[in-house]
Design a protein. Structure first.
Length: 116
């Protein structure tokens, strides 16, 4: 299984971006998925996650601004980011959570830069 994230870029504060993470394989719908970010000099932090059933959770720092969603027909998980702030600047990565004997999988990051 491979995860391919894209959609990052440079945006002004207050702007929006939508990140996408596409998974290979045919069992995408069975797995919970998550988005994480790592800013320069900081540890990686959890941003949002979505269960196989579609239940979502978001970090307090992005609650009300970011929305995670999934399209199982497209093997894709999204992160809609609105009202972006300079402190949202980071490399964003997607994660497929472990399930049973299947290990977790991380995708490569996509860089988001928010200018003030």
């Amino acid at each position: 299984v491979q995860l391919q994230a894209f959609g990052g870029g440079l945006v002004q504060a207050g702007g929006s971006l939508r990140l996408s993470c596409v998974a290979s394989g045919s069992t995408f719908s069975r797995y919970a998925m998550g988005w994480y970010r790592q800013a320069p000099g900081n540890q990686r932090e959890w941003v949002a996650s979505i269960t196989s059933g579609g239940a979502t959770n978001h970090a307090d720092s992005v609650q009300g601004r970011f929305t995670i969603s999934r399209d199982n027909a497209k093997n894709t998980v999204y992160l809609q980011m609105n009202s972006l702030k300079p402190e949202d600047t980071a490399v964003y990565s997607c994660r497929r959570f472990a399930l049973g004997r299947s290990r977790e999988v991380w995708g490569q990051g996509t860089e988001v830069t928010v200018s003030s």
